[in-house]
Design a protein around this ligand. Structure first.
Ligand code: PLP
Length: 441
């Protein structure tokens, strides 16, 4: 159903779901169950031995989650997906599915602050080392590889810099060394498809644009099905060495044999990581996210067009020192937005309000329609001061490396009418000066 279809259609009809097989219900039903009745003992044994695929237990799979997984996979152009309890769990699983103690991976420096904490501190305590590469020069990734490097990791549209990541350039480097590129595409669903540019895996916080209404936390890993996990067995031991926890399965070998598809990454994440670490997405939350997913292509168009209008307004505003948006970067970095952002340049905007920290704080407190929250991707417009909130656990050095200056304010532009968004920005900026709506041409 999803093949050759457009995102607007996939979001509503994708995921091999036409109607509920048991009831013919058209809307995806919410299956609130922990377990599933086996047909007989052979059926149960076959499911556990992966000789047959089917429902066993909701920590590992659920029919509501299954529709969401298939739809997100189809939207990204991937082969399979696994949902988890949050975007943060998705990033954790993404790395733990390829790295074990003693291994390392190379990540872009442009990252969400929570991911920096996970990579720099928590994974380090588990013996997994993150090496940071500045993505302004893709060759920085190659310089950090050694024989224990298992993957590359980056965000498509990371704030605060909002520099679009050089997906193909870094993926090409990785593929030379049989290293998969994992892309966090949270900020750019529909408008960028990292798998088309060579990424092997896509990670989403479903909490943001896909859920879209600020109601549900969730995450997802999408297996692109485009990476050969067995080509260099020493490079990917978790997919080639026998897994003692699963009857000696060599995941890179056995999954294509059993399924006829290159979905080893997704299957291992499900049957090993979800089995052992837990953190499944609750079916209620999967159902909530499906409601958002069905309109995400429409919403992304409105987010992007509103953001462009807001950027034009802010750029001319006398109380704004600097506007950060993907298309405003000069040279090669600016060109990347044309190359990769096919459906728009996203909803996120960074601004430096004239007058530094105090003016930035005053601006946020003066907003009447924008919500002051630690979130992005809500249908409503949002604003935050990262240095004192989302990025506050980073050291001064980490803050600067992440591009979070003291006066920086992050805006996540919603889908309200653009005139109302601009009017709210205008009156709030007026609180720190005397700008005028006439600034918009
Ligand atoms: N990735 C990005 C780019 C994010 O912005 C966030 C949260 O803000 C996450 C991952 C983590 O997602 P969650 O809050 O769903 O755990």
């Amino acid at each position: 159903m999803s093949k050759n279809k457009h995102p607007e259609t996939i979001a509503l009809h994708g995921g091999d779901y036409r109607s509920d097989p048991a009831t013919t219900a058209v809307a995806v039903p919410l299956y609130r169950t922990t377990s599933y009745q086996f047909n007989d003992t052979d059926h149960a044994a076959n499911l556990f031995a992966l000789k047959e695929f089917g429902n066993i237990y909701t920590r590992i799979m659920n029919p509501t989650n299954d529709v969401l997984e298939k739809r997100v996979a189809a939207l990204e152009g991937g082969l399979a997906a696994v949902t988890v309890g949050s975007g943060q769990a998705a990033s954790t699983f993404a790395i733990m599915n390829v790295c074990q103690s003693g291994d390392n991976f190379v990540s872009s420096t442009d990252l969400y602050g929570g991911t920096v904490n996970l990579f720099t501190h928590t994974l380090k305590k588990l013996g997994i080392e993150c090496r940071y590469a500045d993505p302004s020069d893709p060759s920085n990734f190659e310089k950090l590889i050694d024989e224990k490097t298992r993957c590359f990791y980056a965000e498509t549209l990371p704030n605060p810099y909002l520099r679009v990541f050089p997906i193909k350039e870094v993926s090409d480097i990785g593929r030379k060394h049989n290293i998969p590129l994992i892309m966090d595409n949270t900020a750019a669903p529909v408008i960028c498809k990292p798998l088309e540019h060579g990424a092997a895996v896509v990670v989403h916080s479903l909490t943001k644009f896909i859920g879209g209404h600020g109601t549900v936390i969730g995450g997802c890993l999408v297996d692109g099905g485009n990476f050969d996990w067995t080509k260099d067995p020493k490079r990917q031991p978790l997919f080639n060495e026998p897994d003692a926890s699963y009857g000696g399965a060599q995941w890179g070998v056995v999954v294509p044999q059993l399924t006829g598809a290159n979905v080893s990454y997704a299957v291992r994440a499900r049957v090993v990581l979800l089995r052992d670490l837990g953190a499944p997405l609750a079916p209620d939350n999967a159902w909530g996210i499906i409601q958002g997913l069905e309109t995400v292509p429409l919403r992304m168009k409105q987010h992007c067009s509103n953001a462009e209008k807001a950027v034009a307004f802010l750029q001319k505003h006398k109380n704004v020192d600097r506007v950060i948006y993907p298309t405003l970067h000069k040279g090669e970095i600016g060109e990347r937005s044309k190359k990769y952002m096919k459906g728009g340049n996203g909803a996120l905007i960074g601004i430096e309000v004239k007058g530094g920290v105090e003016a930035g704080k005053k601006f946020i407190e003066s907003l009447k329609m924008f919500y002051h929250v630690a979130n992005i991707g809500d249908a409503r417009s949002l604003a935050i001061h990262p240095a004192t909130t989302t990025h506050s656990q980073l050291t001064e050095e980490e803050l600067l490396a992440a591009g979070v200056t003291p006066g920086y304010v992050r805006l996540s532009i919603g889908i309200e009418h653009s005139d109302d968004i601009i009017a709210d920005l205008d009156q709030a900026l007026g609180a720190s000066g005397k700008p005028s709506l006439k600034a918009v041409s």
